[in-house]
Design a protein around this ligand. Structure first.
Ligand SMILES: Cc1cc2nc3c(=O)[nH]c(=O)nc-3n(C[C@H](O)[C@H](O)[C@H](O)COP(=O)(O)OP(=O)(O)OC[C@H]3O[C@@H](n4cnc5c(N)ncnc54)[C@H](O)[C@@H]3O)c2cc1C
Length: 191
């Protein structure tokens, strides 16, 4: 399974797999997540994440002791941790294709991939005209743009305001050497 973490509102808002997964049996495993604090300075951050999880009504989230962390994951040490037992992993490509199939099965639209939008013309009478980098044209009555980190740029193409702008930040994913792959029993550890 290609792991995409179902974050369930600890850092962000809740995620929709439950609604889809209930009916469609999309692949997922509830492995749980541990967000660990390894120094005193990190304890208030953990507390804030806990408050956020409570505000988002994330089920089952607890602040747990160092001893409990070791019971759950013998090779993880922490002063304290946030345990989210219902956090899981899924194969997001499968989830994405499932959304696409649902949409196409309504017969109410098309999906164009590899269609980099380079021009957007908004006309009150003629509607919206989108132009791709390769010169293809798509016309529509309405336009909703969801361009991720390019959302500000694409929104401006459609006549949107200059602000807000996105400020990207860098983060790292580390891959364990094969010989260390079994040191974590089950959970997704975060520090
Ligand atoms: C390495 C990494 C790992 C992550 N892991 C997780 C995780 O495990 N769990 C989790 O919950 N979140 C994870 N996230 C965060 C998650 O991916 C984002 O929050 C989510 O994808 C945002 O969705 P979005 O639809 O707003 O933007 P995106 O998923 O970025 O989609 C925007 C789309 O717009 C397209 N686009 C942009 N400009 C144009 C244009 N001019 N014309 C046409 N198309 C355009 C892009 O190609 C892209 O397909 C991860 C992010 C990264 C970078």
């Amino acid at each position: 399974m290609q792991a995409f973490i179902i974050n369930q509102g600890v850092p962000w808002q809740s995620y929709v797999l439950k609604a889809q997964g209930g009916k469609k049996k999309l692949p997922h495993q509830q492995v749980g997540k541990l967000i660990v604090a390894t120094g005193d300075a990190e304890l208030p951050i953990l507390e804030e994440l806990y408050e956020r999880a409570m505000a988002n009504r994330v089920p089952g989230v607890e602040l747990i002791s160092s001893k409990r962390v070791q019971e759950l994951e013998p090779n993880v040490w922490a002063l304290q941790a946030l345990h989210s037992p219902h956090t899981g992993i899924t194969d997001y490509a499968t989830v994405g294709w499932s959304f696409a199939e649902d949409f196409l099965s309504t017969g109410r639209g098309q999906i164009h991939t590899s269609f980099k939008v380079v021009g957007i013309d908004m006309d009150e009478v003629k509607g919206v005209t989108l132009e791709s980098q390769s010169g293809d044209i798509v016309k529509a009555k309405w336009l909703i743009t969801c361009a991720g980190l390019h959302a500000d740029y694409v929104a401006r193409m459609a006549g949107g305001a200059k602000r807000p702008v996105f400020l990207p930040f860098h983060s790292n994913y580390k891959e364990l050497k094969p010989e260390y792959c079994n040191i974590i029993t089950q959970h997704l550890p975060y520090s």
